[in-house]
Each structure stands twice: as C-alpha cells, then as structure tokens.
Design a protein around this ligand. Structure first.
Ligand SMILES: NC(=O)c1ccc[n+]([C@@H]2O[C@H](COP(=O)([O-])OP(=O)(O)OC[C@H]3O[C@@H](n4cnc5c(N)ncnc54)[C@H](O)[C@@H]3O)[C@@H](O)[C@H]2O)c1
Length: 265
C-alpha cells in the first residue's frame, strides 16, 4: 500500500521539468495523475510515461492563464476519475530584464500565469474539493500545492516581475490556507536553482543582455549553492509527495524551501 494509493492528482505545467518530476513521483507513490500543460504533446507524452511505468494517467491541454481552461481541466479530472484530491499548481514562466526595461506586457505575461493563473487555479480546485467527502475520516478534503520560488523571498533586479509573482504565490498560499482550513491543506514549495528549460531561458536572456558567453549566468549562480551542485527536478518530487499525502495533514500555509541552502547562505 502506497501513501497516495487511490488519490487523484492534477499537475499543471507537467509536460517537462519540475512538474514532470512531480507527476512521475506522485504516480510512483500510487496516485492517478492528470497531466496538464499548455504544450499538449508534452502532456500526452508525460501521461504515456506514467502508463508505461504501470501507473494510471490522462492528459489535457490547459493554458493556466485562462481560468476557464483550468476549471475545465479540473472538470475533466473529475469526469475521468471521480474526484480531485491533489492539485499541484506548477506551471510558470519567466523573463529576464533590468527593472527599468520591464514593460506592462512583460508584467502581464508573467503574472497571468504565475500569480493570476495560480490564484484562480487554487480557487477552482478548492471549489471542487470542498464538495467532496474527506480523504478519510478526520482527514482534509483535499490538498493544494503551489510551486513558488526562493525568488519570492528576496529582491531580484534582473527578474523583478517574476520575483513579485512568486511572492504573490506565497501570499496566495497563506490566504488560501486560512480560507480553507480545516477542510483543505494549502502549501507551497520554493525551488532554488533548478536545471530545467526555464534556467536555460534565464541564462540565454541574461547573457544576451550582458553581452557575455552563453552558460556564464548559470555557472555564476552555481557558485552560491552550499550543496555544491545544481538542483534537479527530482529533488522537488519528495516534498510534492509529502504535501500531497497524509503526513502533511497538519501542515498548512507553509512555503518550504528546497534550494540546497541557497537562501540561508
Ligand atoms: N527552474 C528553476 O530554477 C525554478 C526555480 C524556482 C521556481 N521554479 C518554478 O517551478 C515551476 C516549474 O519550472 P520549470 O523549471 O520546470 O520550468 P520549465 O519551463 O522547464 O517548465 C514549465 C512547464 O510549464 C508549461 N507552461 C508554461 N506556460 C504555461 C501555461 N500558461 N499554462 C500551462 N502550462 C504552461 C511549459 O509548457 C512547461 O512544460 C515554475 O513555476 C517555476 O517558476 C523554477
């Protein structure tokens, strides 16, 4: 018997990177996983990966910047599998630019996904979960997990709009935790410097701006990691499983740093 046996989870932005690692881990821990992503083919491939490994999964295209699509993806999960026990709001986007160069369109692009999209995803998941029976007698009715960032904890002059969106994700987590206790738990995970496509984008945009070699922004950031290696998507999978399972039933409103020690250094 695994901790997430029989549970239905939806993970946004799970076509690759951190979301994919979380989806695979939840499936390994027994959950049925609905993989959603704006990239339909990537979502389908991730679901296939889970099925090939013996798990149960389905996929759906969902652009989380459109709350109606998020609501529809939750309805799809319920229609396919009967309920929604776990919602992981992982989809996120970034743009690197100096503070003075951020345009309203940059702000809107980032916040449409990372904060506005996340807010309405939390709302839509809560609306569904609150109609459901508890996971077991005395347990919450559902678990919501938001992917924020250590960037939401301090200033980031080269990605200020992104950092603000992640601070918002941390704040939304706290408000939702209070709004929905004791029926739901709502927690966030703050990754550090993770080797994914997102960091490749950050490095490209940063080095282009500074006129220095591609790869140098990434290399510089690696110097500040006390654990002496880049974070891998898999490093975030265990905490996602913990916040999705019974061991975190008394934990809510928390934003947990999984960053190899970067923030405290
Ligand atoms: N990589 C890092 O160093 C790092 C650090 C801290 C926090 N994070 C956060 O972790 C999360 C995942 O990041 P990642 O590094 O895996 O990024 P990634 O770019 O590798 O993957 C992001 C996934 O989200 C999907 N996506 C993008 N926009 C979407 C939208 N509008 N709707 C639905 N899906 C969308 C993409 O198609 C992709 O599959 C993000 O919220 C990110 O901000 C990443």
């Amino acid at each position: 018997m695994s901790l997430l046996d029989g549970r239905i989870a939806l993970v946004t932005g799970a076509g690759r990177g951190i979301g994919l690692a979380m989806a695979l881990r939840l499936a390994r821990d027994g959950a049925t996983v609905v993989v959603s992503d704006i990239d339909e083919a990537a979502a389908a491939a991730a679901a296939k990966m889970i099925q090939t490994g013996g798990g149960t999964a389905a996929s759906i295209r969902c652009d989380v910047s459109d709350p109606a699509q998020t609501t529809a993806s939750i309805a799809f999960a319920v229609q396919q599998f009967g309920r929604l026990d776990v919602m992981i709001n992982n989809a996120g986007v970034v743009r690197v630019q100096p503070f003075l160069e951020v345009q309203p369109s940059d702000w809107d692009f980032i916040h449409a996904v990372n904060s506005r999209g996340l807010f309405f995803a939390v709302q839509a998941a809560a609306k569904q979960m609150l109609t459901q029976e508890p996971l077991a007698p005395g347990r919450p009715r559902g678990k919501i997990v938001n992917v924020a960032s250590i960037a939401g904890r301090s200033g980031r002059p080269m990605f200020a709009a992104y950092a603000a969106s992640k601070a918002a994700a941390i704040s939304i987590t706290q408000s939702a935790a209070l709004a929905f206790a004791p029926e739901l738990t709502v927690n966030a995970i703050c990754p550090g410097i993770v080797e994914t496509e997102m960091w490749r984008t950050i490095d490209k945009q940063w080095t282009e701006h500074d006129g220095r070699p591609v790869g140098s922004a990434w290399k510089d950031r690696l110097q500040v990691i006390p654990m002496l290696r880049p974070e891998r998507p898999e490093d975030l999978a265990g905490i996602a499983s913990f916040f999705s399972g019974p061991d975190s039933d008394y934990v809510t409103g928390q934003s947990y740093h999984v960053d190899g020690g970067v923030l405290m250094a």
